[in-house]
Design a protein around this ligand. Structure first.
Ligand code: PEP
Ligand code: MN
Length: 283
C-alpha cells in the first residue's frame, strides 16, 4: 500500500498526491476549517443581485447553521446577454454581508486580472468549472495568500482536476479545497450528473479537502437535499449550495436554488449523517 502511494506521489500531481494514509490537509478560512471531519456548509445565492437580497441571504445562511457565504460578483454565463454580475459593487456588498454576519465569503475570480481585486474583498477565491484548465488563472491564484475553491471542469477527469490543483500548489499556495460540481452526461432532465464517485476517489488519491456542489451538480431544486446527504455519506468535507430568499425571482440559477428552510434541514442532516459514519469509512 505504501509503495503504491509512493509511486503516485512521484507521479504527475506530486504535491496534490496523498503520500501516506495519515496525510490530510486542513484548509482554514477565518474560523472555518475544511478537512477536520466536521461537515462545512457554504451557501448563498448564485449571484449577488442587490444589497438587500445578499444581506437577507447572509442572515439566512447564518440562521441555518451555514459557515460561509457564497455569491458571484463576476458571473461566467453561457450567454453574453445574461446577467454578468455586479463586479466590484458586488464584492463590496459581500464584504458588508460578512461584516453583518461574521461569515467568511467565497466568490469567483473569472479572469487573471480580477484576482487581486477578488483577493482584496473575499476570504476564499473560487475558480469555476469553466476555468479549471485556465492555467494562467490557476498560477495567479497560486500566488495569492487566499485559500482557493477549485471546481472540477464539467468535462475534466479526476486526474486533470488534480493537475489543475497542482498548478496552484506549485506556485506556493497550499490551501486548495476541491469541489465536485457535476459532469456532462446525456440525461436532459438533469443539468449535470453529480459524480459522487469522485469523492472517495479524490480522498484516496489526494490529501486535499473535497466538498460537493449539489446545486450545479443536479440543476434541479427538488433533488438538492437528497444529493447533499449523499455527498456527506460519500465522505465529502462539506457542501456549497445555492440558496435564494426569493428563488423564483432569481437572476441566475433559481431553478436549482433551495429555500432558507431547506438549507436549515440540509445543514442539520449533514451533522447527523457525518456523526453516523464510521471514521474508518472516510479515513
Ligand atoms: C457557481 O458556483 O455559481 C458556478 C458558476 O459554478 P460552476 O463554475 O461550477 O458552474
Ligand atoms: Mn450558479
Amino acid at each position: 500500500m505504501a509503495a503504491t502511494m509512493q509511486t503516485k506521489a512521484a507521479g504527475p500531481y506530486r504535491l496534490a498526491a496523498r503520500r501516506d494514509p495519515e496525510q490530510r490537509t486542513i484548509v482554514r478560512v477565518g474560523d472555518v476549517a475544511f478537512g477536520t471531519g466536521e461537515p462545512i456548509t457554504i451557501a448563498g445565492p448564485c449571484a449577488v443581485e442587490t444589497r438587500e437580497q445578499t444581506l437577507e441571504s447572509a442572515r439566512a445562511v447564518l440562521a441555518a447553521g451555514g459557515r460561509m457565504l457564497r455569491g458571484g460578483a463576476f458571473k461566467p454565463r453561457t450567454s453574453p446577454y445574461s446577467f454578468q454580475g455586479l463586479g466590484e459593487a458586488g464584492l463590496q456588498i459581500l464584504a458588508e454581508a460578512r461584516e453583518l454576519t461574521g461569515l467568511p465569503i467565497v466568490t469567483e475570480a473569472l479572469e487573471t486580472d480580477h484576482v487581486p481585486l477578488v483577493a482584496h474583498y473575499a476570504d476564499m477565491i473560487q475558480i469555476g468549472a469553466r476555468n479549471m484548465a485556465n492555467f494562467a488563472l490557476l498560477r495567479r491564484a497560486g500566488q495569492t495568500d487566499r485559500p482557493i475553491l477549485l471546481k472540477r471542469g464539467m468535462s475534466a477527469t479526476v486526474e486533470e482536476w488534480l493537475m489543475a490543483a497542482e498548478y496552484i500548489l506549485a506556485e506556493g499556495n497550499p490551501n486548495v479545497v476541491l469541489c465536485e460540481r457535476g459532469i456532462r452526461s446525456f440525461d436532459p432532465l438533469l443539468r449535470f450528473t453529480l459524480d459522487l464517485n469522485a469523492v472517495p476517489l479524490v480522498r484516496e488519491l489526494s490529501h486535499l479537502p473535497i466538498i460537493v456542489d449539489p446545486s450545479h451538480g443536479t440543476g434541479r431544486r427538488s433533488i438538492v437535499r437528497q444529493m447533499s446527504i449523499a455527498a456527506i455519506a460519500a465522505g465529502a468535507d462539506g457542501l456549497i449550495v445555492e440558496m435564494h430568499p426569493d428563488r423564483d425571482a432569481a437572476l441566475c440559477d433559481g431553478e436549482q436554488s433551495i429555500t432558507p428552510d431547506e438549507l436549515t434541514e440540509i445543514v442539520a442532516a449533514t451533522h447527523v449523517v457525518s456523526a453516523a459514519l464510521s471514521p474508518a469509512w472516510v479515513a
